[in-house]
Design a protein around this ligand. Sequence first.
Ligand code: SF4
Length: 463
Amino acid sequence: MMTCYPIYMETETRTSSAMHAPGAILLISCYELGHRPAGVTRPLRALETAGFAPDAIDIAVEPLDAEKVGRAQFIGISVPMHTALRLGVYLLPRIREINPSVSICMYGLYATLNADYLLSHGVDFCIANTASTVLVELVQSLTKGEPLRKQDIGFHTVKLPPLEVYAQFEDNGETRTVGYTETTHGCKHLCTHCPIPPVYNGKFFVVQPDTVLAEIQEQVAQGATHITFGDPDFLNGPMHGLRILREMHAAYPNLTFDFTTKIEHILKHRKHFPEFAQLGCRFIISAVESLSATVLTILEKHHTRADVETAIDIVHSGGIALRPTWVPFTPWTTLDNYLEIFQFVDTHRLVYHVDPVQYAVRLLIPPGSYLLNRPETKALSLTLDEAAFSYTWTHPDARMDELYKTINALVENDARAGVDTLETFYRIWSLAADMQGSRHTPLGFRSKEGHLPAPRITEAWFC
Ligand code: SF4
């Protein structure tokens, strides 16, 4: 559902020519997992098509340009994830200081979930998801006039930083420049911990293949040799995705790619995996989250530990790497459950398939989360920390909160010091095992060669 919350309209009349001037509309991306921000590239295109001449800043890779902020009449801040929202809110006072009268709109998943707070803290408009169409309509309504036709204005080339400054693909010495696109929005599943269901309510929408292929073509022309499909779940519409992959491969046979899909879909669509490999798929990300039946039930993931093992076999036998992601700290995850993840990763030789930050992920419960409807969550005493955009919770076993803090610091320090993933993995495992006693002391301590090599994108953060 696209929602637009106008709470503030300028008293001064904005003329078409003012809002259509180059740079009068400024889009700011805060953070999109290290790739070029689709939350800005698509709205930029939609605004240009509607006759505007927007500009852009990606503060993940460049400074906030005061000149661009100063000449803007309307600023759209893309907040598709929690980290982006926190950065976006951090920017607000600076933007107001430079340009007190500018209209500010936040758009994206987390703008919707936190609209009440944002609208009472200096944001003028909140729009759901990437909402290019709604964004264009909003800007048009602010012009109080008909949009100019394309030929009436001088288009300027919008410059986002080159692809090379974003995260790269890496595999055993091979590096590739990464482009980014999405073939769908939303998701047809309702996993309770996910921020997508409260906004999309079990629906997903396809992006026209021509649009996706044009985005790929544009990024290949700029040097991309690998494409990340950032759909929440690429296999919500498997034939739609396959059609795009086949056309992409026909045009660019050497282009490789990755996508994200749930364990359930890997099992259901197993017959397509040999073709995915043949079309250039190098790895797949799947949100395993936990191996505990209790936790998986509460998160409504609809998979089991045995399903995860089957999925690994399906993906790996096609010559593709499966990179599982985890939410190892939840109010229901025991120390035994936590240790089980390490045993599992070690047994399946997956140490290099998991970024260490994954072992320090703590469940985030944003406003509107479907988790709030679960009886297990209702039994917890949760408090909404509006300024942190999430409910706070503590673990019934105080050791787990202590472990989380220790591991969070360890992961951060090791990442900063460039410690090898294998060493960090065993250090975390040993720490957790020490807390448990000797029952789960890691025995394997495989050498680097004992684990499977894994292609990855050089951006470990996730949320
Ligand atoms: S976790 Fe994945 S499958 Fe589940 S609702 Fe979110 S995007 Fe969909």
